[in-house]
Design a protein around this ligand. Sequence first.
Ligand SMILES: Cc1ncc(COP(=O)(O)O)c(C=O)c1O
Length: 432
Amino acid sequence: MSTPLAQRSQAELEKLQEELSAAYKGLTAAQGGNQLKLDLSRGKPGAEQLDLSNGLEEALGGDFFSADGTDTRNYGGIRGISEARELGAQLMGVPANEIIAGGNSSLTMMHLVLRTAMDIGLWGDQRRWSNCPTAKILTPVPGYDRHFALAEHFGLEMVNVPMNDDGPDMQAALELVANDDNIKGIWCVPKYANPTGCTYSDAVVDAIAALPQHAKADDFVVMWDNAYAVHDLDEHGEQLKSIRDAAITKDTQAHIVQFASTSKITHAGSGVAFIAGADNVLANLEKHMAVFTIGPDKVNQLRHARFLQGRLKEHMAAHAAIIRPKFDLVLKSFEQELGSFDIATWTKPKGGYFVSLDLQPGLAKEVVAMAKAVGLTLTPAGATFPGDHDPEDRNMRIAPTFGSLDEINAAMDILTLCIKLASVRKLVSDQT
Ligand SMILES: Cc1ncc(COP(=O)(O)O)c(C=O)c1O
């Protein structure tokens, strides 16, 4: 057990800095001009995971008719076939008649909801976010960069709310929404959040369901992106309270829109995405959708429903068996290499796709650049905050799913070396 860096003498730190610098220089030299190409930035399933769903191709066996007799090869059925909505119901824990099953991306669905909320209205009345010159949305941070990109795309100002271990800081969120009618919504990744991996507690789910009641804006929307609803790393997984049940108690169902997809269940690029919401909201979304499509890819929906029918749990367990050792490797490496130095903290998620790492303030950009210089690509520092601006420059998102165990091992050696070197350098320079 070594001494935490902050308790070491200047002489000890300088010696360690020399050793680590030599190891870092050695990395470049060892490559002999052949730049490594390692990557911990991609929150994508690896090839072995994708292979789990190759059976999709045979799932139809030439039978394109859904249970109600719909010929899925033809146009129509804007809300999706009933089998696909049943699958969505299973993922999201809501009745199938409260679901639209769409194309391959839940981000497209989120775009649809924001576009409708902005310009068309989600409730068939006069309420439109664009009536307000400076519409804003709450962004729990660290959070998902594509949520920030969507908000930016629609000109929504982002208001950061800190993420705790049990979800967003609800006291801060409540105060903000109660006092500012420009705040129109909140982004949520309620289970195995991107990137912290936390699952919202029951109290947080209740408080979020109540937000529309307390909001000064009468057109407040909870964007409930449950992308990792069934993505447990172990058999039991964490339990997320149903936002639908909570919203029924508070009478706020019309202000909660849920999203999910099969992107990280089957094939990330060719899955099925879902929206769940109140009748009135779905009806208004449907009207808007009907302008740009005559219906979703129902053949793909049917393939998915048949392929996953009665075996979703077992299928997700097969994913977990592939990715759990990768998460274990990342966590073991942090523990072994950084634990006793006391220079970083990291999350230990029970599911999802990411580990969130906090360094000493001011070091994230430097570490990402140092790793890049020796062939390791990491998620850009700041990406977990709106405008790519991490005010403390300390958060990093680690995505262990895509690479092989050998690649992750090599990547972690580099990452932990860069973190140690950057941290010791900072301490040395702080003390001189
Ligand atoms: C929280 C979250 N939502 C949505 C997505 C993307 O979903 P889809 O592929 O359904 O567009 C991701 C992908 O990383 C994600 O992490």
